[in-house]
Write a protein that binds this ligand. Structure first.
Ligand code: FEO
Ligand code: CA
Ligand code: CA
Ligand code: CA
Length: 620
């Protein structure tokens, strides 16, 4: 026969070394450019970035939000085809860093005076951006003033839809209908539907609520979702009664949902899809099953929380676009139980999807905590507790292999798990590094209720723990050259490369010695080889991942550069008793000058565009 050259290896780039610098490092032959930064003007009338945090709340709503996280590139149709050089980039703004959002006042305190406008500014730094982007002269640029550009914030009108919409627990004094919510918050990661909409996932919504009311105590539902009188320090309740737990007790029930957004219609109202359940949503991995039903895989990112899946009642019909618009309003919600395999201890086994249905599940039917299915959805965590789901090591992103249909989920870490709490899928106590679990649905059917699973990688540190028999050194595909901790963002490209992004400890010391800054790695699902592709600047996490249809442009987010975290360089000027956040508010370039090398006045979360200098597919 004819001589044939060997197929190109899936991973075609040279590995990048771990490092602790203040820059984005990519392999030789690749270029990374900043595209869209916190504070960039989006509309024709937007103010330019000031750099001294002097923008008002209203001005922040006209600029890019903070903490860019999950993201998707929707190509525009040009000449009847999806464009590789023009589209709508939809980007989540998960949270904000007060030490950079506010300038220190005359007394040097960046929180004083605490004003209503500071609350508005923080709320407007959250939400989602829709950004028209286009490649011009070989360089991707934001199309400022495009009719598509949009900012959704913590105050934008949203519709509550699905089985829980209109329920008494979703009604407030301002919205007697229980269907007209305001704002989306803690928009972590995302999903995309085959009918061209974006799913934005509300994660740690509890952080924004607090109260000074004497005697307020969390009930079982509030406690289960982490709501507390003290809150997490956002202080919104001091100027906005919507976030005061005593004044507006049902407002927290209107967050913790998956929000569907139509990026192509700037006048559309986003919909919070209650059929997908209320928890601290990480991402939403959407799959069309063989019979046309739509399946959404979702993680609840907190220690000991669960992995869920939704299966729609209706079927997706590409020939009838309008009929698909509300498929996410009716269906079944399941939660996963991971069982040990027959051998035991081999990090593999089988599992079952447990139905969370008030009427079809006898356990829930008999449980007085849930009056109806709406309450099962609003209190999905308690329903999952009741049916005996497996408590995981912080489920973050879920991704589906484009050919095999296998699902992968990052379990980022769980230092609280004790030796008495380990199981086959969460096999380590004091799990500082995390693991990636993968599963295959029975018969390859995404609507199946049984699956088989194994661990793709047990992250660890063979530099700190050279004895490879020690589970802290990680599984065999972890080496001194690719060691990392806290896998979080996760996505496949069209060729089947698995991209892994980290959000972990960047101290580069102790348990994390030699791992450097947060990073992005690329894995071959077949060989299990993992290779480091990118290292981020100081203090950041790497998150969010999307490609153009031709895979020659990759979009990645650099989130919260300069955040204190476990910083390896403690500033010498830190006064006794001074918090790191307070120090950074006074010296905003102390930990990171990225992305403007100081010219922007402070570090800024940003979308980065990565291209291969020869124009090839990313990773090839
Ligand atoms: Fe927002 Fe679990 O990451
Ligand atoms: Ca994040
Ligand atoms: Ca995350
Ligand atoms: Ca994380």
């Amino acid at each position: 026969g004819l001589a044939r050259s060997a197929p190109a290896p899936l991973l075609g780039f040279a590995a990048v070394a771990a490092s602790s610098g203040d820059e984005v490092v990519v392999p030789p032959g690749y270029t990374a450019r900043v595209l869209y930064r916190w504070g960039d003007p989006l509309f024709a009338h937007s103010p330019a970035w000031r750099g001294d945090a002097g923008e008002s709340g209203a001005e922040q709503a006209l600029q890019a939000g903070d903490n860019l996280d999950g993201m998707h590139f929707f190509p525009l149709t040009v000449g009847g085809r999806p464009s590789g050089s023009e589209g709508l980039l939809v980007v989540n703004h998960e949270y904000c860093n007060y030490e950079y959002l506010f300038a220190p006042g005359g007394d040097g305190d960046y929180l004083a005076p605490w004003t209503a406008d500071k609350v508005t500014k923080a709320q407007n730094a959250h939400g989602v951006s829709v950004v028209h982007v286009k490649k011009q002269g070989g360089v991707w640029k934001v199309q400022r003033g495009s009719r598509y550009n949009r900012r959704l914030t913590g105050n934008s009108p949203m519709t509550l839809s699905g089985p829980a919409a209109g329920h008494a627990l979703l009604k407030t004094a301002a919205d007697a209908s229980g269907t007209a919510a305001r704002g989306t918050l803690n928009n972590c990661a995302n999903g995309v539907t085959p009918w061209g909409t974006y799913l934005s996932c509300e994660e740690n919504f509890n952080a924004y609520f607090a109260t000074a009311a004497a005697g307020w105590k969390p009930g079982p539902s509030e406690a289960r979702y982490g709501l507390s009188a003290a809150g997490a320090g956002y202080r919104w309740h001091e100027h906005d009664a919507r976030f005061d737990l005593a004044a507006t007790p049902n407002e927290p029930n209107r967050f913790g949902w998956v929000v569907e957004i139509d990026p192509f219609d700037p006048a559309s109202t986003p919909k919070k899809r209650t059929a997908l359940g209320r928890f601290k949503h990480e991402n939403a991995c959407v799959v069309v099953a063989a019979d046309g039903r739509v399946v959404v895989y979702m993680g609840d990112d907190e220690r000991f929380e669960y992995i869920y899946k939704f299966v729609s009642d209706g079927v997706y019909d590409p020939r009838r676009p309008a009929a698909n618009r509300d498929l996410l309003d009716r269906g079944r919600l399941y939660v996963a139980r991971f069982d040990a395999g027959a051998a035991g201890g081999d990090f593999a086994g089988s599992g079952e999807w447990l139905l969370l249905d008030k009427h079809a599940n006898a356990t829930l039917a008999a449980d007085a905590r849930f009056a109806d299915q709406a309450e099962v959805l609003i209190r999905a965590r308690q329903a999952a507790d009741a049916v005996g789901a497996t408590r995981m090591d912080r489920p973050e992103w879920i991704a589906r292999h484009p050919a095999s249909g296998e699902l992968y989920c990052t379990l980022t870490n769980n230092s609280s798990r004790t030796a008495g709490q380990v199981d086959d899928a969460n096999p380590r106590a004091a799990n500082r590094w995390g693991q990636i679990v993968r599963w295959r649905e029975a018969g390859g059917d995404h609507t199946a209720t049984r699956f088989e699973w194994d661990l793709f990688v047990l992250a660890g540190n063979p530099i700190a723990y050279p004895d490879r028999g020690d589970p802290r050194s990680g599984s065999a595909n972890v080496t001194a050259d690719n060691s990392f901790n806290s896998p979080d963002g996760l996505a496949f490209d069209a060729d089947g490369r698995l991209w892994i992004q980290t959000d972990g400890n960047f101290s580069n010391a102790g348990h994390y010695a030699g791992q450097g800054n947060n990073q992005m790695l690329c894995a071959d699902p077949a060989s299990k080889e993992i290779r480091r592709f990118l290292v981020g600047p100081s203090g950041c996490e790497i998150t969010g991942l999307s490609f153009t249809p031709d895979s020659t442009t990759m979009f990645v987010n650099i989130q919260h550069p300069g955040e204190a975290g476990e910083h390896p360089r403690k500033p010498t000027g830190l006064a006794a008793g001074q918090s790191m956040e307070d120090y950074l508010a006074r010296h905003p370039l102390a930990f990171s000058r990225w992305p403007d090398d100081g010219a922007g006045g402070r570090p800024r979360s940003a979308t980065v565009v990565i291209t291969k200098d020869d124009g090839g597919r990313i990773g090839s």
